[in-house]
Design a protein around this ligand. Structure first.
Ligand code: HXC
Length: 518
């Protein structure tokens, strides 16, 4: 008998309810027992109330292999759609661990493809909330094909729309590569882990015994591998973090930057900066204090806080407009440039440049670190990434040399001839090829050796060298730095420069793309 309209509507409601219930009460309880939220709870926290529009709820797997024909996987283990985040449209996919472990089969992947294609066409950010056992083993090759299509889309979207992954549970196997291809990765302490193969396989193949946490936990990736950019204490703060990050980013590379109302003053002096540099130049200080002084209301948002601490990257606002900061931090390892610092800064610079976010650099660097460990780790090719990233970037690039700018470090940290639009130095700046001691040992080796008192001679020669180079004046006379400014006037200067350069355009040669050093 033909169904009535009311019956058809009821049937639809029933079917929908069943799919909306995810993996069912038992599985949801299990998820909650692990202090994890469900995919729907996460989406409800992420999007402005009532704004989420789900797409492809009814998509179903079509595999009959290994008992899958008997298995119902609501929404095929992933909830996709779009909604508003603080009033702005964002597209998202949230894997539902309660449904077959959030595993990725053919149709699960196709839902990702659909929502990512929509985000790309709509020119809006894409956010993925990952919680999955990886490729759905029963389905086999279609799962791998599904990943390929996601990774392809991640790559196509790179530099076009912002892509953010929040890993809120396991992300195993090839599943790790989608977050790795996205711009930003958030992880939750004691809950998230990412690895190519888990501890059991590592033990079987390598005989190495390691816990999930040590192998691929949040802090392993935040402090050791650098895969994780943001660490969250719990899921709520993770979602808040993603929203905060979005507040600094445009919808796409063709969209205007989001400008926030600004209470801070364009003329504000920062008197605390006049005393921040220690008298003794070998002493460290925390560059983050300088960044906070210059930023609107002292606020900055820092990716990679635990990785490569000798280099700081951060988002700030200047008169309400987003700015990316790249800064050596002499508080850690004298602020040297090593492999990690170079990679960290280069990636951040390329991100900012992709999305038209101006770059403000603070330089205090004794140079690239020498020695076998760094040479064999490839400091030459990694260090080259920093040079490449600054040279390639066409956004406004402003540099403030607070103290040391030595040798390759001077060149690498947004020097003028590398494309820096405006390089300022504080009166405390020291700009030279190498430090006085090293310089005198090389150029005056014979004079020192021949002197009646070599130590006194070295001291005398070093003093003369320091007099010449341990200041910004020679560089200013040569026009290699554009201005010497009082530290307390830095914010004023930065505000004026960013305003003056906001419509800057820079031509590039007609070519397909450059080839980044590896
Ligand atoms: C099929 C899977 C699965 C998978 C989990 N499940 N992972 N089903 N394929 N890859 C299922 C479980 O059988 C279980 O189903 C449900 O999901 C929940 O998983 P549990 O094991 O009960 O959960 P938990 O104890 O929390 O452990 C989570 C886990 C573990 C650590 C992620 O499930 C695990 O190690 N899974 C395998 C991870 C892995 O090796 N993935 C790589 C796949 S290969 P039931 O029905 O019992 O509830 C890959 C290559 C892709 O990803 C390459 C692409 C480029």
């Amino acid at each position: 008998m033909e169904k009535t309209t009311a019956e058809k509507i009821d049937e639809f409601q029933l079917r929908k309810q069943r799919l909306m219930a995810m993996g069912g009460e038992e599985m949801i309880k299990k998820q909650h027992a692990q202090k994890k939220l469900t995919a729907r709870e996460r989406l409800a926290l992420f999007f402005d109330e009532g704004s989420f529009q789900e797409i492809q709820l009814f998509v179903k797997h079509r595999s009959a292999l290994f008992g899958l024909d008997e298995k119902e996987i609501p929404a095929d283990g992933v909830i996709t759609g779009f909604g508003r985040v603080n009033g702005r449209t964002v597209f998202a996919a949230a894997q539902d661990f309660t449904s077959a472990g959030g595993t990725l089969g053919e149709m699960h992947a196709r839902k990702f493809w659909k929502v990512m294609d929509m985000a790309l066409e709509a020119k809006k950010p894409f956010v993925s909330l990952n919680d999955s056992g990886g490729a759905r083993i029963q389905e086999g090759i279609p799962s791998l094909n599904g990943y390929s299509g996601i990774l392809y889309r991640n790559t196509m979207a790179s530099g076009y729309i912002p892509q953010i992954a929040a890993v809120m549970g396991p992300t195993a196997g090839g599943a790790v590569y989608s977050p790795a291809l996205m711009d930003w990765v958030f992880m939750v302490k004691d809950e998230s882990f990412m690895y190519l193969t888990g501890p059991e396989v590592v033990k079987a193949v390598l005989g190495e015994v390691v816990s999930h946490e040590d192998l691929g936990g949040t802090m392993a990736h935040a402090a050791k591998s650098g895969v994780c950019h943001f660490v969250a204490e719990d899921e709520r703060s993770c979602i808040d973090g993603v929203k905060k990050l979005l507040s600094y980013l445009p919808d796409s590379c063709h969209s205007p930057l989001p400008v926030m109302p600004c209470q801070d003053s364009a003329d504000r002096l920062c008197p605390e900066l006049d005393t921040i540099i220690p008298d003794k130049t070998s002493r460290g200080y925390d560059m983050k204090r300088i960044i906070a002084s210059v930023a609107d209301d002292g606020e900055f948002f820092e990716p990679h806080e635990y990785w490569g601490k000798n280099m700081v990257v951060a988002f700030i606002r200047i008169m309400g407009r987003p700015v990316g900061v790249v800064a050596n931090n002499p508080y850690f390892g004298a602020g040297v440039l090593n492999v990690t610092a170079s990679d960290k800064a280069a990636r951040f610079i390329r991100f900012c440049d992709s999305f038209n976010i101006p770059i403000l650099t603070f330089t205090d660097v004794p140079g690239y670190i020498p020695g076998t460990e760094q040479e064999w780790a490839g400091i030459i090719r990694h260090g080259a990434k920093l040079l490449h990233a600054y040279s390639e970037a066409t956004v406004p690039k402003i540099n403030v040399v607070t103290r040391k700018a030595y040798g390759g470090g001077y060149i690498g940290m947004c020097s003028q001839a590398l494309g820096g639009d405006y390089v300022m130095a504080w009166p405390t700046a020291e700009i030279a090829v190498i430090g006085a001691e090293g310089a005198c040992n090389i150029i005056y080796r014979r004079d020192i050796a021949a002197a009646a008192d070599p130590a006194a001679k070295r001291k005398e020669l070093c003093a003369a060298y320091e007099e010449k180079f341990n200041s910004p004046y020679m560089a200013a006379e040569l026009g290699i730095i554009d201005e010497i400014v009082l530290p307390s006037e830095t914010r004023r200067r930065v505000v004026a420069l960013l305003d003056a350069l906001k419509d800057k355009t820079e031509k590039r040669l007609p070519k397909k793309h450059s080839n980044i050093p590896l």
